[in-house]
Write a protein that binds this ligand. Structure first.
Ligand code: NAD
Ligand code: G3P
Length: 320
């Protein structure tokens, strides 16, 4: 089946590069100048400099042309997903749409697949998530991802069609678990970056990563996810990658917070809005999400990193 990608940022372009090894892929960007530059230079200079774009990857500023493909991957930032889908709802109705965003929508508390379902009840929806830096995917390095789809038959088709020589896709029908694993790991990565940035040490990071994983499970299970999904690529796998690598933008935001440095607000950091959305839901439902609350406190500058750690360390002692 033919593939089109909506969103020519780092990840959309990287997925396009990988999939274009199997056949033609249309890649839509809203910015016609960016499309012209990609066509002329055969490079995505801003996000993937030095990686040549093959002729089978076809940048386009024509949404409707790209949307004619059988499978559409949506690779825009989470907080922009509703706008992109609703702006093009007519042409997207009934299509096979694979959300590639990681986050929880601030206004609704929904994950990526749920936002699409909210807008397009007739769409055939799946989610592609898991540990994968765009630079690795673009360079053809080995990567394993999770393809989540409630419709098992469609999930099998997508798993086959979106697997490439360097992208190996595992399949699950637990869309909520996959969605929340990919979203919540970004919040914990900000926390881990902050402790490393503040010089609090690798042991503190290991504690946050592990207790953060418990927090991710708590929220995901409360929303109906299966625990084993959180233990897979979309949860634990992506948590480990994002909490331990300077390549992660979420982790790097945390490093800046810990060091008291400014961070470029134009960089896509999904964990910031997701932390706020999750903290709001936790407050409503009474779920215990102390690390998420600490991250919101750091982002809002209500807390210093030392206050946040002191709060976490002084919580009542409990069983693990
Ligand atoms: N970069 C990675 O390594 C990576 C890996 C896995 C998943 N993801 C996920 O992919 C999603 C996109 O991230 P990214 O890294 O590609 O971000 P990015 O900042 O590199 O690119 C985002 C792209 O979306 C476009 N965009 C923003 N708002 C838009 C709108 N309203 N309409 C049309 N286009 C719009 C921007 O112009 C930009 O090209 C995020 O949810 C992220 O978590 C990223
Ligand atoms: O750069 P980040 O922090 O958005 O992480 C990118 C991917 O989600 C890693 O799997």
């Amino acid at each position: 089946m033919s593939v089109g990608i909506i969103g020519a940022g780092a990840f959309g372009t990287a997925l396009g590069l990988s999939l274009a090894r199997k056949g033609p892929v249309d890649l839509w960007a809203r910015d016609a100048e960016q499309v012209a530059a990609m066509r002329d230079t055969r490079e995505h200079a801003k996000h993937l400099p030095g990686v040549p774009l093959p002729g089978t990857l076809r940048p386009s500023a024509d949404f409707d042309h790209t949307a004619k493909n059988d499978i559409l991957l949506l690779a825009v930032p989470m907080q922009q997903l509703r706008r992109v889908v609703s702006d093009h709802a007519e042409i997207l109705t009934g299509k096979t749409l694979v959300a590639c965003c990681k986050g929880v929508e601030l206004q609704s508390g929904l994950g990526a697949a749920a936002v699409i379902a909210d807008l397009l009840p007739d769409a055939r929806i799946a989610l592609l998530t898991g540990p994968s830096f765009a630079t690795d995917v673009a360079r053809g390095l080995p990567t394993a991802l999770t393809l989540a789809c409630a419709d098992e038959a469609l999930g099998q088709v997508l798993q086959r069609d979106l697997t490439t020589t360097n992208l190996r896709l595992y399949r699950t029908s637990d869309v909520i678990g996959a969605e929340l694993g990919g979203a919540l790991k970004n919040v914990i990565a900000i926390a881990c970056g902050a402790v490393i940035g503040a010089g609090l040490g690798d042991s503190a990071r290991a504690a946050l990563l592990t207790r953060g994983y418990a927090e991710m499970q708590r929220m995901a299970i409360a929303r109906g996810a299966r625990p084993e999904t959180l233990a897979g690529l979309s949860g634990l796998g992506d948590l480990v990658l994002t909490c331990t690598s300077d390549h992660s933008r979420n982790y790097r935001l945390g490093l800046s917070l810990g060091r008291g440095e400014a961070f470029d607000p134009s960089i896509t950091v999904e964990g910031a809005a997701t932390a706020r959305a999750v903290a709001q839901e936790a407050a409503r439902s009474g779920l215990d999400m102390p690390i998420t609350h600490a991250v919101v406190g750091l982002l809002d500058t209500d807390l210093t990193i030392n206050d946040a750690m002191a709060d976490l360390l002084s919580r009542p002692l409990k069983e693990e």
